[in-house]
Design a protein around this ligand. Structure first.
Ligand code: 5GP
Ligand code: MG
Ligand code: MG
Length: 183
């Protein structure tokens, strides 16, 4: 065992790699059934959604084009303000395209709500949302999410793309950190 083995820093695993992959396969079947004329452009939100996009795209049976955006939410510390700055924009012209935003987690929903409006204003034909995780208790806006992996309690989680101070993204499971990690 390595001295900095991630497993030592976890309090609880909420969803294992196997559960996440099983759920992604279910979501992929729904997405395939919903987009029958043309496949959507997958838009991943950096950096957290990297793992979800990689696994979802490979699970889909159609040509899954992907593009990326990086956004930052203005505001103090950990709280999302809903005012968003684009750090990296799409390379793709989405005029008349069906777009599927792929996210790691929806917390307040403020970032995604802004992003959906932004993509629609560029002339996208449709904008739907797929997220691996959602915290229903933390939602601050009414946002329609077409594809949800798991609803989770209002706890800070890491793994499967999600970070704490840029660490833990490479953990295969979704987990809650042990208290000693924060102190
Ligand atoms: P919101 O939905 O509040 O606008 O923000 C969502 C973003 O906040 C996510 O994309 C993610 O970067 C971050 N976030 C929200 N909840 C968590 C969490 O439990 N763990 C981690 N690591 N990031 C979170
Ligand atoms: Mg995210
Ligand atoms: Mg983060």
């Amino acid at each position: 065992m390595h001295a900095t083995d991630i497993a030592n820093e976890l309090a609880e695993v909420l969803h294992t790699e196997a559960e996440l992959q099983q759920k992604l396969a279910e979501l992929a079947r729904q997405i395939e059934a919903d987009y029958t004329s043309e496949p959507p452009l997958l838009v991943g939100v950096l950096k957290g959604a990297v793992m979800v996009v990689a696994d979802l795209a490979r699970e889909l049976k159609f040509h899954a084009e992907m593009d990326w955006m990086a956004v930052s939410s203005y505001g103090s510390g950990t709280k999302s303000s809903g005012v968003v700055k684009i750090l990296k924009d799409l390379d793709t012209d989405i005029t008349d395209r069906d777009v599927l935003i792929v996210e790691d987690i929806i917390d307040s929903g403020l970032t995604l709500s802004w992003l959906k409006e932004n993509l629609l204003s560029r002339g996208a034909k449709s904008v739907k949302i797929c997220t691996m995780l959602r915290k229903p208790e933390a939602l601050k806006v009414d946002i329609e999410v077409e594809y949800v992996g798991f609803d989770i309690p209002n706890q800070f989680v890491v793994g499967y793309g999600l970070d704490y101070a840029e660490k833990y993204r490479n953990l295969r499971d979704v987990a809650v950190l042990a208290p000693h990690v924060y102190s």
